[in-house]
Design a binder for this molecule. Structure first.
Ligand code: G3I
Length: 471
């Protein structure tokens, strides 16, 4: 299935620049093959962060506090990345070495560095079976449950307002084909420990996105199915969860799955953001570069894939250094994998709505995140991703009881907000009240089904609902 889409072509002010034709051809999977030709007025980003920002995404890295005195390391960090994840410094053993005595020294160094250099922070991780302090490892039952809740509350409160997203719970499911929870001291306190952690985090820092994060969930398998069922259940019961992190540690024994994009998309269809949180791919040269490119393009093809974090800067910084899995060599030189990632970020332009989906998730069959209207017409519901100085708003257009063949969404931007980029709709302007009209390919929506468009801008973005009418 090939689809060719020209985006932004209706904007007379734009100087469309045909970008690289991306061909996602995944060996052995006939359904995932798409060509996306993108025309956009945006200029190509020259760094990972600026290229990702063109489509409203971030590009981050894991950071170790003790390396912040290494000038080569810091030079690359400050030049290339706009999100950081403390590699170890926010973990339970680091932040609460003795019960109820908190030490934020190293984590604070990373947060301060990020803030001073215009980067955001992913918090990692509040509740995890690993890297617990000794005192917690020896607890069980109600005492452990209470200690965990206190830990989540204290740490999330300390960083309140400073964290873009928290990995609230990390790696809670077992490997293998059972789909069971991982056995751990936390799990033995009762199945509900995960939702207790999420509720405590929401109470402590209502502004942070709350994520579940895991590995070996990058393709569809028993483990990712179990996480999927948990997220579905949380959404149904109102347990606060906003995002799912896919660690994406790859090597020859655990390659990039052929259904990587489809797996991201099915989670996104549950109404959560998805993020690639700890990316590294062992290897070298063209093969490694190609694999990195595939991963980046998969994220770009999923509108709710909001960003990518690599798990370290130079190969020598990696927890798997011998596998040379990162984008810079030990001397800090850009590897072919770097160029592949940058090209993919620039080629991707704006988040395709449903432009290059595997055929398993066609554009208009994603479940609506809001109940469809019972009558005719359509509704428009907004999801806002806001950061200091900028925003991305996603608008889900849902058909009512009858099929529609064209739609208009009207919304009013807050004063001072200016749209810099729109995808999957044609805007009438960039400020004030803006009318967004469907493009040729996404005007038809079946009853109760939906499609999504989005826009990026400066200032404070709109949220809530928008007026939707049928054309
Ligand atoms: O700081 C001590 C040092 O004082 C001591 O001399 C040395 C001796 O072993 O250990 C040092 O601590 C190590 C720490 O990294 C900092 O380098 C720990 O032993 C080591 O276990 C720890 O490894 C971290 C690992 O998580 C622990 O599980 C890696 O750096 C970190 O990259 C890795 O990250 C995890 C994510 O959090 C979750 N997903 C998987 C990912 C990779 O394992």
């Amino acid at each position: 299935m090939d689809k060719v889409l020209a985006r932004g072509s209706g904007n007379p002010a734009a100087r469309p620049r045909a970008r690289t034709a991306l061909t996602l051809a995944v060996a052995g999977v006939a359904v995932v093959a798409a060509t996306v030709t993108v025309a956009s007025s945006a200029s190509a980003g020259t760094t990972l962060g600026s290229a990702a920002a063109e489509s409203g995404r971030y590009f981050g890295t894991a950071v170790a506090a003790y390396k912040l005195s290494d000038s080569t390391y810091v030079g690359i960090l400050n030049r290339e990345f706009n999100m950081v994840t403390p590699e170890n410094e926010m973990k339970w053993d680091a932040t609460e070495p003795s019960q109820n005595q908190f030490n934020y020294t190293n984590a604070d160094r990373i947060v301060s560095h990020a803030q001073a250099n215009g980067m955001r922070v992913r918090g990692h991780a509040l509740a995890w079976h690993s890297q617990q302090p000794g005192w917690a490892q020896s607890l069980s039952g109600a005492a452990l449950r209470s200690a965990m809740t206190n830990h989540v509350t204290q740490v999330a409160t300390h960083y309140k307002g400073k964290i873009y997203a928290w990995d609230v719970v990390n790696e809670a499911f077992a490997d293998g084909g059972t789909g069971a929870r991982r056995d751990s001291n936390l799990q033995r306190t009762g199945d509900d420990w995960i939702e207790v952690a999420f509720r405590a985090a929401r109470t402590a820092d209502p502004g942070a996105k709350l994520c579940y994060n895991d590995y070996n969930t990058d393709g569809q398998n028993a483990k990712s199915n179990a996480v999927y069922a948990m997220v579905q259940d949380f959404k149904a019961r109102g347990v606060p969860i906003d995002c799912v992190g896919f660690q994406s540690h790859f090597n020859s024994a655990s390659p990039v799955p052929s259904d990587y994009q489809a797996n991201l998309q099915r989670f996104a269809n549950l109404g959560v953001d998805v993020q690639i949180t700890e990316l590294d791919i062992e290897g070298s040269g063209t093969t490694q570069a190609d694999n990195y490119g595939r991963v980046v393009r998969a994220c770009l093809a999923v509108s709710r894939c909001t960003g990518i974090t690599v798990w370290g800067i130079r190969d020598s910084d990696s927890w798997r250094a011998s596998g040379t899995p990162l984008l810079f060599d030990g001397s800090g030189n850009k590897k072919p994998a770097y160029t592949s990632v940058l090209n993919a970020l620039n080629g991707g332009g704006t988040p395709p709505p449903t432009t290059a989906p595997p055929t398993t998730t066609p554009a208009t069959t994603a479940p609506p995140t809001t109940p469809p209207p019972s009558g005719n017409g359509c509704t428009g519901s907004l999801t806002l991703n806001q950061w200091q100085g900028g925003f991305v708003t996603y608008v889900r257009v849902t058909a009512g009881a009858n099929p529609i063949n064209g739609w208009n969404v009207v919304l009013t931007l807050p004063g001072g907000a200016t749209i810099t980029n729109t995808w999957s709709a044609q805007p009438s302007g960039t400020t004030g009240t803006v009318n967004f009209r469907n493009l040729d390919y996404n005007g038809s929506i079946a009853p109760g089904q939906s499609t999504e468009f989005g826009f990026q801008g400066t200032g404070v973005g709109p949220s809530g609902t928008a007026t939707c009418s049928v054309r």
